[in-house]
Ligand binder design. Structure first.
Ligand SMILES: [Zn+2]
Length: 200
């Protein structure tokens, strides 16, 4: 009902669903994305491929559950996270092999103290079978498409916003370079600068 009402006003809906039944109903209703999707069946994944529904695995958030500290902590969450991670990995691999659109995302407050970051999500994607280039696209051009801002950002091109990060090495060779952003440029403005350029 929410998806139908939102559609009347052209508002896309993202659905956080771990279970297959709810996610499948959301896909059939026309949701733009499924967050988590931990227990998605192959059939629902095929449906997502058919309908262009995005999958946002939030693997880093599941990992956060399993460890003390971070945004989520507690013995029950730890057990849940450890149970969900292998399952989520299976779903990711199936979704990737079917060609479902996969975007990065985190299900946390993303504060300065948050350790579950998109750079780590990219590293998980590579560990689970994506090439570094595909993982970077999941975090940039695919995510921009999911959020409906693909005409403004998500790639480096003329007339696009200059949204860029500077990292200390080539992430196509080692995806973990993304975890050490030395500079963040947002729409052409330097938002973060960790190294004093030009100084000896
Ligand atoms: Zn969620």
């Amino acid at each position: 009902m929410i998806v139908q009402e939102a559609r009347k006003r052209n508002v896309p809906v993202m659905i956080h669903a771990h279970g297959d039944e709810g996610a499948r109903a959301a896909v059939l209703a026309g949701a733009k994305s499924i967050e988590h999707g931990t227990f998605l069946s192959d059939e629902t994944l095929r449906l997502m491929k058919e309908r262009g529904t995005f999958l946002v695995p939030t693997f880093i958030t599941l990992e956060d559950l399993t460890q003390p500290g971070g945004d989520y902590t507690g013995p029950v969450l730890e057990l849940r996270g450890k149970f969900m991670m292998p399952q989520a990995e299976k779903v990711f691999k199936k979704a990737f092999s079917l060609g479902v659109k996969i975007a990065t995302g985190a299900d946390n407050s993303y504060t300065a103290n948050t350790t579950s970051r998109i750079s780590l999500e990219c590293a998980h994607f590579v560990r689970m079978g994506m090439s570094p280039f595909e993982a970077i696209q999941a975090a940039t051009i695919i995510s921009a498409e999911l959020l409906g801002v693909e005409k403004n950002t998500g790639k480096i091109e003329k007339d696009f916003e200059a949204d860029m990060i500077l990292v200390p090495g080539n992430p196509l060779e080692e995806i973990r370079f993304l975890q050490d952003a030395l500079m963040v440029i947002s729409n052409g403005n330097i938002a973060l600068k960790r190294i004093p350029f030009g100084k000896k």
